[in-house]
Design a protein around this ligand. Structure first.
Ligand SMILES: [Zn+2]
Ligand SMILES: [Zn+2]
Ligand SMILES: [Zn+2]
Length: 763
């Protein structure tokens, strides 16, 4: 008989060595293991490694089975197991169950939890006057609080976070050490005695003002002031959402004129007074990810008109840090909470930077001394066809990996120019970065490069293959080409869109890819964006597209949709464009002459097949948006006025898979002449595209037999169009897939790039 060191017979004891990968750090996983081991009287240990969690557990067979059942069935809410390996071994004679010191292993890596909104337990304690942490704005536990935004390295231990400077007091240390406590190894654990604290800076000249910081902030907001509030991933600029003067002042100072601003509501009850809410939307708002959700406003909702600039929708989020809960509980009214940045630069995240950069916008500052290590924006999502569709993937989502259908080598996808994200792969993980932004300014480019370096470091990835967009002028392309000693691959923009959609839907065979987009560089040097592809991971065939038209003034036509309208009319009707007097006469004579020359001489008038540009043209012709103050404004406004009762549509011309929109524009114009309501025209236009794209799919399917359709590209953030297409195509027997986890816009490009690179370079 085997005997243990202390002479006891081992009996029928045996041991399991368990290795788990997934989101298992910073989510209360080790205390969970500790507790189930205790429940069944098992001995051994658990520890965090750089690659996941390692467990050795021993006891009687029956108890071990029960342990493994509970382990997989009763996971903590934020934990996610991707792989679990269990090896049987002889008992080692452990005398108790311990949580051991973390082990760092060279080259290993682990998924890192995104930041998590304050949980119900912490919310209760925060508002409980008898609680040790009553009113403490940094309360958190193993189920909630900052994660990605405060880490400097892995494993996720306090020493590798911005909490390392705060020495825990005895009370906090006791909780931290006690496996039965819900703050056991909660790395950001703190209280008012030992943790981060708030301060308020206001007055002229700016100075630290002593007193109750929340009350000072509430008072400033009541006075119509703009307050820079330090949150989880960076600063917000806040003001009273019902105060038109304050909101206008914020817009003027921030130079943000068109785009709607997000609002934070105290709770669902308050929200219901302003917005319609479906069950899916409510679930999303309340989820630990706490994104901004685009909702339909109630008629007569009394917010300052400048918040949405006339749009019927509103971006809303609920409080997600204890500080937000305290602020809203005391203020009681909805607050505008817009990104604290200047123009298109990245979010401001340090106190010094805030004073320097936001000094011209904010009247005062609500700050604290817990550093944001990794700045990260609020995520933006929308419910389309009862499912979440992420539009900006950032806080609460990144850096959670997308699981790939196969193992990939280490690859970097550099992403596009606008709404950039990058993507790094390893094994079957694709780490799509948080939303980086438009790479057209130096601070964003620096943020991009810094984040690539950081992701490479924390996920231990050293890519030897780098994919980039074909557009030669993109800074992400230039970045890729500046990396030495790697294999480079240029990937066509819309192929990347479609593969991104395939990947998140787990599709591995060929699909019909419908890319309805802004503009992306095509293999013929033209600006593509309304593409009918037959695609797989390796390659694509461009079977058809929206008919090419010229963009008078190039990029300028994107910002000025009235130019695009002219581009369409002149390209499709030539001199016949004069048969659209109501539109032509609205343009200044010298402007018209200039555009005519550009079109005629093909000067600064590139060819495009972009679908988004057709939306621009229609919006300009019916005078919904002659100028786009932000990207996509014309299309957003056109969608926002749709009369959903209208089922009518325009004629279209589809030949050899080329969609000629001339009859559509003619129809739009005739309706305009006949004083048909813009809301009807908008509906008819959308219905026409639904019909036309459905016909395209039918014809491609007849040719190829393919019945799966992937819809991607920025235009598919349009809920009405997407819903219509899903309905029509499904009715015709297609299986339809669209983007939900990564954006349909260019934020999804980097994910597609890595897989295409894998199939072309490493397979
Ligand atoms: Zn909590
Ligand atoms: Zn403490
Ligand atoms: Zn695109």
């Amino acid at each position: 008989m085997n005997r243990l060191a202390n002479g006891e017979p081992k009996g029928n004891l045996s041991r399991r060595i368990i290795e788990i990968k997934g989101i298992v750090q910073g989510v209360g996983f080790r205390p969970f293991i500790f507790q189930i081991a205790k429940r069944y009287g098992l001995h051994g240990w658990v520890l965090n490694t750089s690659g996941g969690v390692l467990i050795e557990v021993e006891g009687e067979e029956e108890s071990l089975h029960a342990f493994l059942d509970d382990l997989t069935m009763q996971l903590p809410p934020l934990a996610r197991i991707e792989t679990i390996s269990v090896i049987e071994a002889e008992a080692a004679g452990y005398q108790d169950f311990k949580i051991r010191q973390s082990q760092a292993q060279l080259g290993e890596y682990i998924s890192i939890s995104p930041d998590v909104g304050t949980c119900a337990g912490c919310q209760r304690e925060l508002m409980d006057i008898t609680d040790h942490r009553y009113g403490y704005p940094f309360i958190n536990c193993t189920n909630c609080g900052p994660r990605f935004s405060i880490i400097t390295d892995i494993p996720y231990d306090r020493q590798y976070t911005s909490m390392q400077h705060f020495q825990m007091c005895d009370t906090c240390a006791q909780e931290y050490e006690d496996p039965d406590d819900r703050r056991f190894h909660a790395q950001p654990n703190a209280c008012a005695q030992c943790g981060p604290l708030l301060n308020f800076i206001g007055g002229t000249p700016l100075q630290v003002i002593n007193g109750d910081v929340i009350k000072l902030t509430v008072h400033a907001l009541q006075e119509g002031k703009i307050v820079a509030v330090k949150g989880l991933g960076g600063f917000h600029l806040a003001c009273d959402a019902a105060d038109e003067t304050a909101v206008t002042k914020l817009r003027l100072r921030k130079h943000r004129y068109g785009k709607a601003m997000a609002v934070m509501m105290k709770d669902l009850e308050q929200l219901a007074r302003y917005c319609e809410l479906s069950a899916a939307e409510e679930k999303l708002l309340m989820s630990p990810r706490r994104p901004i959700v685009i909702l339909q406003q109630r008629k007569g909702a009394k917010l300052a008109p400048s918040v949405t600039q006339g749009l019927p929708t509103l971006g809303v989020m609920l409080p997600y840090t204890p500080l937000h809960f305290l602020l809203l509980a005391n203020y009681q009214q909805p607050l505008v909470m817009t990104s604290g940045n200047i123009s298109e630069e990245p979010l401001v995240s340090s106190n010094v930077e805030a004073l320097e950069k936001l000094g011209g916008i904010a009247d005062c500052f609500l700050m604290h001394n817990r550093d944001v290590i990794n700045k990260i924006d609020d995520s933006l999502t929308r419910v389309i066809a009862s499912r979440e569709a992420v539009i900006r993937r950032a806080r609460g989502y990144a850096p959670e990996p997308m699981l790939l259908p196969e193992q990939l080598p280490e690859i970097l996808g550099c992403g596009p120019e606008q709404k950039n994200t990058f993507c790094l792969t390893r094994d079957n993980h694709a780490f799509v970065s948080q939303h980086i932004g438009d790479l057209d300014n130096l601070p964003t480019l620096e943020y991009y490069e810094r984040m690539i370096a950081f992701y490479k470091q924390i996920f231990r990835i050293n890519p030897r293959i780098v994919a980039y967009d074909l557009h030669p002028a993109y800074l992400s392309t230039q970045y890729a080409k500046s990396i030495g000693n790697v294999q480079l691959l240029g990937v066509q923009h819309h192929h990347a869109h479609i593969v991104s959609c395939m990947l998140e839907n787990g599709i591995t065979d060929q699909v019909i890819g419908i890319a309805c987009d802004g503009t992306g560089f095509g293999t013929d040097g033209n600006l593509w964006g309304g593409e009918f592809l037959l695609a797989d991971y390796r390659s694509f065939t461009r079977l058809g597209h929206f008919k090419y038209v010229r963009m008078p003034g190039g990029e300028k036509a994107i910002k000025e949709p009235y130019r695009m309208a002219y581009g369409y009319l002149y390209s499709l009707f030539g001199k016949g464009a004069n048969a659209f007097p109501k539109y032509i006469e609205s343009i200044e004579a010298d402007e018209l002459l200039l555009m005519e020359q550009q079109m005629y001489k093909h000067l600064y008038a590139p060819l495009t097949s972009s679908c988004a540009r057709l939306f621009d043209a229609v919006s300009a012709i019916i005078n919904i948006a002659r100028i786009a103050r932000y990207e996509g404004e014309a299309a957003i406004r056109l969608e926002s006025i749709i009369d959903e009762r209208v089922i009518d549509y325009y004629d279209f011309d589809l030949q050899e898979y080329i969609l000629n929109p001339a009859p559509i524009l003619q129809g739009v114009y005739d309706d305009l002449e006949n004083d048909i309501a813009p809301s009807t025209i908008a509906a008819k236009f959308h219905n026409t595209l639904t019909n036309a794209i459905t016909k395209v799919c039918r014809e491609i399917s007849n040719l190829t037999g393919v019945k799966k359709v992937c819809l991607s590209g920025g235009v598919f953030q349009n809920a009405y169009l997407l819903k219509g297409l899903v309905k029509h195509l499904t009715k015709e027997g297609f299986r339809v897939f669209w983007q939900q986890k990564v954006p349909a816009n260019d934020g999804g490009i980097s994910l597609g790039q890595v897989m295409i690179a894998h199939y072309n370079v490493s397979k």
